[in-house]
Design a protein around this ligand. Structure first.
Ligand SMILES: Cc1ncc(COP(=O)(O)O)c(C=O)c1O
Length: 460
């Protein structure tokens, strides 16, 4: 660990003794002291007191401009008035009945107007809806295998938790990657039904179809790979996948848990002009409430109506989450608000690019919709294996230095990205950029000292 990083971590520890104590207490009863492994990092995570608009406070009383926004679930920002009002009312009228209500077709209709699907079912998390989408694809085709991309994250079910962060050498051939379980407890039978290909590499996808003739039910992907910072599909890649899926009788599933709300008004299919067979939505459609949805054409979704595929869930369409969802689609995810966040995103991205250039940092800035990331590589990454070459300690230096100065630039973890909410302001961007401007020269100096240029950084 280089000295400048040690110094930033020491400052972090000095600033946040209450978080340290809270984490220590939590460790007694909760594995890693957190409720999701993604929330854990060394030396300990920040514990939050509250949030409003674009800001949060930690329990030591420090304020941060928040670009974590619950791992991108809060394009609304904290306590958006429209969401608060809608949810508050439902809290007084009853939250959940396990019986149908009118907000179900209302929200289904909003979704079908915006995304290329004809029917919708709801759930509470991204994991849930990608699981159901994979199952429906299997039922629709009579095939068991799902093709996913190396490094892609689609949640925690057995089909999804494969080759999310596989390591060298177990990940094998770059064009025909080995299916590597993302931890214990994933049955070998599940692994055998997940075929892995390389992102931005159509020949690798074609090869996997050739090797598994008539066996692949669906290709599932994030249209922009967001578990490696931000990896944009190369021109023709999504269209190529569309053609390969159609040619082989497989479904194309867009996991739009992140891109659905945050990339554009109509999500990735509108943005890239490619129509998938199924869409999965979660995170920012719920304004901070647990809300998710999956949709497809009528014939595919009719498998549920014909009792050929089973779908259920006690908390599906609970009224607080559905009211939040309706408020999101009608009052937050509006064309006007997309224009506002696009302006902020441009300002932040261009500001970062100018600072990177001025400081001499070997890095580039990736950006799409309200998401962006400082990518500590001199050239654009194309896939997961490119991403593994990042200098992790340099990224940690960036993150702790920004946090110590009141900007939470993104969730902790170098595979994440920033989110801008509709409640962020020009002044927030100015402060964010001023802090990055202060931090960047130290990062450039550390990078030089560590000799951590792209070629030499592998193996961190
Ligand atoms: C693309 C994508 N799919 C699925 C999921 C899983 O969603 P959840 O955490 O709500 O289960 C995530 C979560 O980060 C995600 O980013």
């Amino acid at each position: 660990m280089h000295d400048a990083l040690k110094k930033e971590i020491a400052t972090y520890e000095k600033r946040t003794p209450k978080s340290a104590a809270a984490h220590k207490r939590a460790l007694e009863r909760i594995p890693l002291g957190v409720a999701s492994n993604y929330r854990h990092y060394e030396p300990y995570p920040l514990f939050v007191q509250d949030g409003k608009g674009s800001k949060i406070h930690d329990i030591d009383g420090h304020e941060y401009i928040d670009h974590n926004l619950c791992f991108g679930a809060l394009m609304a920002g904290h306590c958006h008035p429209a969401v608060v009002k809608a949810v508050e009312q439902k809290l007084h009228e009853g939250t959940t009945f396990g019986m149908p209500h009118d907000m179900e077709w209302e929200l289904a209709d909003e979704i079908c107007k915006r995304y290329p699907v004809e029917m919708v079912r709801f759930g509470s998390s991204g994991t849930e809806v990608t699981m159901h989408a994979c199952r429906i694809a299997r039922a629709a085709t009579g095939r068991d295998k799902i093709l996913k991309f190396e490094g892609a994250y689609h949640g925690l079910h057995d089909t999804a938790l494969v080759s999310v962060k596989p390591k060298d050498p177990e990940y094998g051939d770059p064009d025909a990657p080995t299916s590597v379980p993302g931890g214990g407890g994933i049955p070998k039978a599940s692994l055998a039904n997940v075929v892995v290909a390389a992102f931005n590499n159509l020949p690798s996808v074609e090869r996997r179809f050739r090797e598994n003739p008539g066996q692949i039910a669906a290709i599932i992907l994030e249209p922009i790979l967001m578990n490696v910072g931000l990896c944009i599909p190369q021109p023709g890649f999504l269209k190529g996948l569309r053609d390969i899926a159609t040619k082989n009788g497989a479904l194309l599933i867009f996991d739009e848990v992140k891109t659905g709300a945050k990339l554009a008004w109509g999500g990735a299919s509108e943005f890239f002009g490619v129509k998938p067979d199924m869409i999965c939505l979660a995170k920012s459609i719920g304004g901070g409430m647990p809300l998710a949805a999956f949709g497809a054409s009528r014939p595919v979704m009719d498998l549920i109506a014909q009792h050929k595929v089973f779908h259920g869930g006690t908390y599906n369409t609970n009224r607080a989450a559905m009211a939040a969802g309706l408020a999101m689609f009608r009052e937050v995810l509006t064309r006007e608000n997309y224009a506002h966040v696009d302006k902020l995103s441009k300002k932040l991205t261009e500001g970062y690019r100018a600072i990177v250039k001025k400081s001499g940092l070997q890095a580039y800035v990736a950006s799409a919709g309200v998401n962006g990331a400082l990518m500590l590589y001199p050239q654009e990454i194309r896939n997961y294996r490119d991403w593994t070459k990042i200098d992790i300690d340099l990224w940690r230096h960036y993150w702790f230095a920004m946090v110590n100065r009141g900007v939470l630039p993104q969730p902790y973890w170098w595979d994440e990205q920033w989110t801008i909410s509709v409640q962020h302001t020009e002044a927030d961007m100015d402060k964010h950029l001023a802090v990055f401007d202060e931090v960047a020269p130290a990062l450039a100096a550390a990078q030089l000292e560590r000799g951590a240029l792209y070629v030499g950084a592998a193996g961190h």
